[in-house]
Design a protein around this ligand. Structure first.
Ligand code: NAD
Ligand code: DAU
Length: 355
């Protein structure tokens, strides 16, 4: 039977990529996208699918219990893919309250609405799934060696990762206590089309293209494990199809890079594609700036479980993915102009001025 799916946060980066893939390749009868349209959400990211008869958009807050319960009832939802969150670590340091409200209270609201909706007998007649999308940051920070596995103890360090860890614990509790068919995925750093340009890769592409400074925190040697967004979305479809309720699946790109390596790669590719800037290589724009408070040193995922049990592995290598991403941003100035409004300029000044 086709899925009747509620996607939360579908106007954001990963959510919009997921909706496009799910409508193209998933067995979808109905797909309801619930998104508050914060600064990070933009319907321009979904312009090409909005006419699809199976799709509908609802602007609203995941922490609004009445609205969420109504959506379950009206659309006969049997599958939830929960992306909606405040997602940016730097913003969580200057304003943690919204992270607790959306990531913790919002997730509780959704879990409880699913519990009530599926307790009415839905789950006995249809296959129900609640997939909670989370992050590798809940595991804390690694030294030079080692990997995060599904058994690594939680050790979140930032307000963002602490709020995501809280939401993971709630999701897990709703499985153990109420039998809600919950699946949790913990993924590494994503990159690709439609990522809001506050995050490292699109920020550097956008600044380097136009000759602005390239801010690198600390010594630039922090390590992230990069995964092309389409690979993350395919992993989620796979977990929905074959994952076992109550289980956690780590998702990663097996592609560790120091930040400085990512930044110089982008500079060199832009020099090649656009030519030097006033005769100078873009690497000269790099500025080492004040470090992020509590900056986690290294993340690296062991994605062995999802590979062995569900047969998923990444398709896109970083070298291909970064080039596709740069080309996408160079060809979508209209999207960038639409998302880089006045509030972003205020954010940028506050975050980087005098850093
Ligand atoms: P994003 O910031 O690009 O998008 C978040 C979306 O959620 C936006 O469309 C926003 O409008 C919406 N939203 C925020 N608060 C809401 C609320 N109260 N009610 C309804 N909608 C709300 O985030 P993203 O990078 O696409 O991340 C999506 C999910 O994946 C998050 O849960 C994040 O923790 C997780 N994740 C992200 C990454 C990554 O590298 N970006 C990696 C692992 C996990
Ligand atoms: O690991 C998964 C997480 O990846 C997700 O859960 C988060 O939602 C997502 O935002 C991302 O978190 P990071 O903090 O790793 O991503 P960000 O793009 O903000 O930063 C990547 C690295 O680059 C990090 O070490 C900080 C550094 N950085 C970031 C910015 C914005 C800089 O050096 N300069 C910058 O201007």
């Amino acid at each position: 039977m086709s899925m009747r799916m509620l996607v939360t946060g579908g106007a954001g980066f990963i959510g919009s990529n997921f909706i496009r893939l799910a409508l193209a390749e998933g067995d979808i009868g109905r797909l309801v996208n619930l998104d508050k349209l914060t600064y990070a959400g933009n319907l321009k990211s979904l312009a090409d699918i909005e006419e699809d008869d199976r799709y509908c958009f609802i602007q609203g807050d995941i922490a609004d219990g009445d609205l969420v319960e109504k959506l379950f009832a009206e659309h006969g939802i049997d599958t939830v893919v929960h992306f909606a969150a405040e997602s940016h670590v730097d913003r969580s340091i200057v304003g943690p309250g919204e992270f607790v409200r959306t990531n913790v209270v919002g997730t509780f609201t959704l879990l409880d609405a699913a519990r009530k909706a599926w307790a009415d007998g839905t789950a006995s007649t249809r296959r129900c799934r609640f997939l909670h999308v989370s992050t590798d940051e809940v595991y804390g920070s690694l030294g030079e060696t080692g990997y995060f596995t599904e058994q690594t103890p939680y050790d979140p360090r930032s307000p963002y990762s602490a709020s995501k860890a809280g939401s993971d614990h709630l999701a897990s509790a709703w499985f153990h206590t109420y039998g809600l068919p919950v699946l949790i995925t913990n993924c590494s750093n994503n990159y690709g089309p439609f990522q809001f340009p506050e995050k490292l890769i699109p920020l550097i592409i956008n600044n380097a293209r136009s000759g602005k400074d390239l801010p690198v925190y600390g010594d630039g040697k922090n390590v992230r494990d990069w995964l092309y967004v389409d690979d993350h979305c395919r992993a989620i479809l796979r977990v929905l199809a074959a994952g076992e309720p109550g289980q956690t699946y780590n998702i990663g790109g097996n592609s560790e890079k120091q930040n400085i390596e990512v930044v110089t790669t982008i500079c060199d590719l832009l020099d090649k594609k656009l030519g030097l800037l006033d005769g100078r290589p873009r690497r000269e724009l790099i500025r080492f700036v004040k470090d992020r408070a509590g900056h986690d040193r290294r993340y690296a995922i062991d994605a062995g479980k999802i590979r062995r049990e569900l047969g998923w592995q990444p398709r896109v290598r970083f070298e291909e993915g970064i080039e596709m991403t740069i080309d996408w941003y160079l060809n979508h100035q209209d999207w960038l102009d639409a998302v880089l409004d006045g509030s972003y300029q205020d954010y940028y000044r506050q975050m980087y001025h005098g850093r």
